[in-house]
Write a protein that binds this ligand. Structure first.
Ligand SMILES: Cc1cc2nc3c(=O)[nH]c(=O)nc-3n(C[C@H](O)[C@H](O)[C@H](O)COP(=O)(O)O)c2cc1C
Length: 163
């Protein structure tokens, strides 16, 4: 990133609401910290490919056996089928899952999306944030401070002149 990030797009995909709730709480906290945030809980392929935000956050849960919620599974399938060029997209995935589903499937949906965006040329700004909702009833209490601190560090890095 060549300038300090100020605008974010948050795309969520949920089955039972937890990932959407985390995305809402992130939207609230980031807006309160003077970021410009566009929250979209019902994203389409075009919303993702056309985003102009400095950073896109994808907040998704996992369903089935390591699968994305339907709305994001469809977007991922379309991105893959069309081999979309995502070179202008800077992103991080926030993945909710449950370790009791096993190592292989844990946060499998979010990890699939993360790998796919990277493959299509998008810039992965950080490893996905994997949240085990078996271990916490309040995943937003993990996601909000982590993302705020991480964005603050990105801004400080962007504002420090290169040596
Ligand atoms: C039917 C079902 C299948 C699930 N499969 C997985 C899975 O394969 N991997 C995983 O990490 N979590 C799995 N989970 C756990 C959910 O991802 C986790 O509970 C998450 O917090 C749900 O978020 P949501 O309310 O946004 O859908 C599954 C949950 C259900 C109910």
């Amino acid at each position: 990133m060549h300038h300090s990030p100020t605008s974010l797009a948050i795309f969520s995909a949920t089955v039972y609401g937890a990932a959407e709730f985390v995305a809402e709480e992130l939207t609230r906290a980031l807006s309160a910290s003077a970021y410009s945030v566009a929250f979209n809980p019902r994203p389409t392929l075009q919303n993702v490919t056309n985003t102009q935000a400095d950073i896109a956050l994808f907040c998704v849960s996992t369903t089935g056996q390591g699968q994305l919620p339907r709305i994001m599974a469809r977007i991922a399938d379309e991105l893959e089928a069309t081999a979309a060029n995502l070179e202008t997209l800077n992103y991080r995935v926030i993945a909710l899952g449950d370790k009791s589903y096993g190592e292989v499937d844990f946060c499998g949906g979010g990890r699939r999306l993360d790998a796919l965006l990277d493959t299509l040329g998008a810039t992965r700004l950080a490893a996905p944030l994997l949240i085990d909702t078996e271990a916490t009833n309040n995943p937003e209490e993990i996601a909000v401070p982590e993302i705020l601190n991480w964005l603050q560090a990105l801004r400080e890095a962007a504002e420090t002149p290169a040596q």
